[in-house]
Design a protein around this ligand. Structure first.
Ligand SMILES: Cc1ncc(COP(=O)(O)O)c(C=O)c1O
Length: 364
């Protein structure tokens, strides 16, 4: 049986270290925002290259907390892509702001900067770029749009922990970087978790308060917050896993290279990496005109594929009514949605397995 992701196999690789750490955590008896969270936040900031990291409950909350720290809410617009996890847009709607959905580049599935510029209005208060599938957006181009129009950039790095643009980690370019530690992510906890990176001291202080009801250390309240804390137990496990992240991402890159060299390009449209960037292949997504057939055929051989995503956000009725969608629609997004399929991709996938997968994929 081969799944498209398999966090359990990763756990098995680090089982002894994780168990030892959990034991230490249980003996300490500190469960919420203790030293394990503080240490992990420091380690993560060092890794990404930002001054501050603040652990929260999920990647969705990381985006929501960032928007709230920028005082974004009712009456404001936030530009993002429709080709993302529903979570990106869910966070914008939860803030009270209106998501403005723009189209992607057909080649790399990332938000297109020209469409961003066309969608900017007086109400635009942030641009959220998603490094989709682990493939970095041309973030320098986006940062210059942000500077020109004085709009903060939030990077949704949920799928791209460890990816780089111009040799700098994503999540270190924007006003905020938002990370998810959902178990299947490149850096995954054993449950929910997320984190916000920033190098702005005032904003870091604000996020620190918002994630805990608005409290500071003395529990004085300056403004309203909610409860979105990264648990000690997850921070503790994430500290172990962070040590192996680069190695794991390199294993993903090697597997991706194998797919790229061995899949038949006449049958599959293969992913492209943006220039100056290092893709970390959270997902390895190809396009095929015969998606349903392919999924069924591989399922018969006990190989399970995924689809990310079956519908773009503007195609989800419940969400679309809260979003602004350009008059001409989102043509590139609509074009790829029926064809995309995610192939098995996780560091523990064996070469003999990927060889077997490629052979079956290339068969008619
Ligand atoms: C692009 C993107 N943004 C945000 C999220 C939300 O993360 P979480 O599931 O931790 O809330 C995800 C996770 O699926 C994601 O892939």
């Amino acid at each position: 049986m081969i799944f498209f992701a398999n966090p359990y196999l990763q756990y098995l690789e680090n089982k002894n270290e994780i168990k030892k750490n959990i034991d230490k955590f249980l003996k300490k008896g500190v469960y919420i925002l203790g030293n394990d969270v503080i240490n992990f936040e420091k380690e993560f900031s060092n890794y990404i290259g930002t001054k501050y990291s603040l652990g929260v409950n999920s990647g969705t909350d990381a985006i929501l907390v960032s928007l709230k720290a920028l005082n974004i809410g009712i009456g404001d617009e936030v530009i993002t892509t429709s080709h993302t996890a529903i979570a990106t847009v869910s966070a914008i709607i939860s803030s009270g702001a209106k998501p403005v959905l723009v189209d992607i580049d057909e080649d790399n599935y990332n938000i297109n900067h020209n469409y961003i510029i066309k969608s900017i209005t007086k109400k635009t208060k942030a641009i959220i770029v998603v490094h989709i599938y682990g493939n970095p957006v041309n973030i320098k181009e986006i940062i210059s749009i942000g500077k020109k129009y004085k709009i903060p950039i939030i990077e949704d790095c949920a799928q791209a922990t460890g990816a780089t643009f111009d040799n700098k980690k994503v999540g270190s370019f924007g006003t905020f970087g938002c990370f998810s530690f959902y178990p299947t992510k490149n850096l995954g906890a054993l449950g929910d978790g997320g984190l916000v990176t920033t190098s702005n001291k005032q904003l870091a202080k604000k996020v620190n308060r918002i994630r805990q009801y608005g409290w500071n250390k003395k529990r004085d309240i300056a403004y309203i917050g909610f409860n979105s804390r990264l648990d000690e137990i997850h921070a503790n496990i994430l500290s172990v896993k962070l040590k192996y992240l680069d190695e794991d991402n390199n294993r993903r890159k090697k597997l991706a290279k194998y797919y790229l060299q061995n899949l038949n390009p006449k049958k599959f449209k293969l992913p492209k990496t943006s220039e100056n960037s290092e893709h970390v292949y959270h997902l390895f997504v190809v396009q095929t005109k015969k998606r349903n057939q392919l999924i069924r055929r591989l399922k018969d051989k006990k190989i399970y594929l995924g689809i990310h995503y079956k519908k773009a956000v503007h195609q989800e009725k419940a969400y679309a009514k809260f979003c602004k969608i350009p008059k001409g629609g989102l043509k590139n997004t609509d074009k790829i949605i029926p064809k995309i399929v995610s192939l098995p991709m996780y560091p523990q996938l064996k070469f003999k397995e990927i060889k077997h997968i490629c052979r079956i994929l290339n068969e008619e």
